[in-house]
Ligand binder design. Structure first.
Ligand code: LMR
Length: 399
């Protein structure tokens, strides 16, 4: 059976990571996946996470299964983080959810859930979006289309075009947005724009799905939740997919959550029953360790404070790296956009959508062993004092 199978193409992000590992060039640079590096080029374990893990190791008394939707304490903490403690939907028990293996797991469960209750829904993705969004919803058997989001020439939101496109969608369709630090564009709607988008989606009867993988990398944990909190006040039903890979540094623990805001507690219970069926047929129930870490940190005032401060330091380091990147490009007389390079400092989160073309990206890899994603997305979170000059020299040398 396998003799006649043609090899599948590599993953557009992790495939490059594999190629990077095999590259023998001693001064190669990897700016592909969104992975935070400190100034010394390490991806640290948060101090609060280490403390929580010691405590878990000490206190854990069983490795028995969690329930299908995972740990209830964990889901409660994530709901509060996503919506704010005082959100009326929480007080009214209209919120439900499940603890999932990573944000990707949350998105796939969301896809399976939508397909099981509303198989004709079209899933609308921003153009551009995270490269894995399309494959996830297609794999769930849903139709996928895209709408304008970002103007690649002007490096701003394609706001009017987005609104026009969203006016066309059908009731029951799903609109995938990102809670903050849009991947790959680094460009989010303003508070006023979130409000307007929410009103439009509510009028259309659309279901917003917020993918939130970078909460805390924009302005702060609280401020970065503004968009999804505004939407969840205006639109009656909303899905939020959370990931703690980046903001807790728990990349390989695979810890995320799917949160559903519904219109009543009975609707929440019914939704949960469908979520459970989707999960049971997929991975049965989630792994516990990552969720225990997140719960332990968020429930303990001192650990929570330490986590939030460390996350703040990461955010500041990435902002500083943006400024250094602009300075280093300017020094070399390189302009990535006609208006100069300052668009890089306006972008938020881990990435910069540089405007480099597919050919330029290939040249960076082939001639200089500088790895970025084909769309021109650069992981600024991976830029350090040790690699920034090499990256900028390589960009300056582009043909
Ligand atoms: C990224 O976009 O680089 C990250 O979200 C890693 C991934 O899973 O693709």
């Amino acid at each position: 059976m396998f003799e006649s199978v043609e090899p599948a193409p590599p993953d557009p992000i992790f495939g490059l990571n594999e190629a990077f590992k095999e590259d023998p060039n001693p001064v190669k640079v990897n700016l592909t996946a969104g992975i935070y590096l400190d100034e010394e080029g390490r991806t640290p374990v948060f101090a609060a996470v280490k403390t929580a893990e010691r405590r878990i190791l000490e206190e854990e008394s069983t490795k028995s299964y969690l329930g299908i939707p995972g740990s209830t304490d964990y889901v409660t903490q994530v709901q509060r983080l996503a919506l704010g403690r005082d959100h009326p939907a929480l007080a009214e028990a209209r919120v439900t959810g499940a603890h999932t293996p990573g944000g990707t797991g949350a998105l796939r469960v969301a896809g399976d859930f939508i397909r099981s209750i509303h198989p004709d829904a079209t899933v609308w993705l921003t153009n551009p979006t995270w490269v894995n969004h399309g494959p996830i919803f297609l794999a769930a058997g849903l139709e996928v289309r895209s709408f304008p989001y970002f103007d690649r020439d002007k490096h701003v939101l394609s706001y009017e075009e987005m609104l026009t496109a969203l006016t066309e969608i059908s009731a029951g369709d799903v609109v995938v947005l990102q809670g903050c630090c849009h991947n790959p564009s680094g460009t989010d709607p303003s508070t006023e724009q979130w409000r307007e988008i929410g009103e439009l989606l509510a009028n259309r009867g659309a279901l917003p799905l917020l993918d939130t993988a970078y909460q805390g990398f924009g302005d702060s944990v609280e401020e970065d939740a503004q968009g999804q909190r505004i939407l969840s006040e205006i639109v009656p039903e909303i899905l939020i997919c959370n990931s703690f890979s980046k903001n807790f540094g728990l990349y390989n623990e695979r810890v995320g959550a799917l949160i559903l805001v519904t219109t009543s507690s009975s609707a929440a219970q019914a939704a949960l029953s469908h979520l459970k069926r989707c999960i049971r047929a997929n991975y049965s129930n989630p792994p516990a360790h990552g969720s225990k870490i997140v719960t332990t940190v968020l429930e303990d005032e001192a650990l929570r404070q330490s986590w939030s401060e460390e996350l703040g330091r990461m955010r500041h380091r990435i902002r500083a790296a943006r400024e250094q990147f602009v300075e280093a490009l300017d020094e070399r007389g390189v302009h990535l956009a006609p208006g100069g390079n300052t668009f890089i400092t306006r972008q938020r989160g881990m990435f910069s959508f540089s405007g480099l073309s597919v050919d330029q990206v290939l040249e960076l890899k082939e001639k200089h062993s500088v790895y970025i994603v084909a769309s021109g997305r650069i992981s600024i979170a991976g830029m350090t004092p040790g690699n920034i000059d090499r990256v900028c020299d390589a960009i300056a040398a582009l043909g």
